[in-house]
Write a new protein. Structure first.
Length: 188
């Protein structure tokens, strides 16, 4: 099978069998593209995830586009992106045709409750994998702990913060950290 078709089918399978959005897809993308097919390294997957989070668009589509481009250029990017998006589009389109009747079916409603739990586990799995691969420097651990604590406090106290505000805070924190690290290198 040629690489373009392989990209399309790989991401179509991920798109078809993953519920819960991009974060739930990260473990499957990593398993298929890093472990099985070795299209990218673990470090590249971490970088792709970070970049995909901070660029416009769904994280899974951004990951698929990057991996497709890296493997086969523009054609690979298009094949991987369409492969990732097409199953979700088709499923949502079919559900929208029958939405009222669809949610009234008891076993479907129960299936969606189970899917919610599975999505949470997949997202937690992605977070644990990223934390394990993170450099264990004291500063990195401190930033991770502070971010986790802030996230928990925001959730517990139901504080409403826009994603733009969070991105600006993260950017400012990154600039401060960069300046501190740069200053320490200059002193040495």
């Amino acid at each position: 099978m040629n690489l373009t078709m392989n990209l399309f089918l790989t991401f179509a399978k991920i798109g078809l069998f993953t519920f819960g959005g991009g974060y739930a897809m990260i473990p499957l993308i990593e398993d298929n593209c890093v472990t099985r097919k070795q299209w990218i390294s673990h470090d590249e997957m971490m970088n792709i995830t970070v970049i995909s989070e901070s660029t416009p668009g769904p994280i899974a589509i951004n990951c698929a586009t990057y991996i497709g481009y890296k493997q086969k250029g523009i054609g690979g990017a298009i094949a991987a992106t369409i492969g990732m998006a097409l199953p979700s589009f088709c499923i949502i389109f079919l559900i929208s045709l029958f939405l009222d009747r669809f949610l009234e079916i008891r076993w479907i409603a129960n299936a969606f409750r189970g899917i919610k739990l599975a999505v949470g586990i997949l997202i937690l799995d992605a977070a644990i994998r990223m934390i394990r691969k993170m450099p264990k420097k004291p500063f990195s651990v401190a930033i991770t702990a502070c971010a986790f604590a802030a996230m928990m406090l925001i959730s517990i106290f139901s504080v409403r913060i826009t994603s733009i505000t969070l991105m600006l805070i993260a950017a400012l924190t990154g600039l401060i950290v960069f300046q501190i690290a740069k200053g320490k290198e200059g002193d040495a």
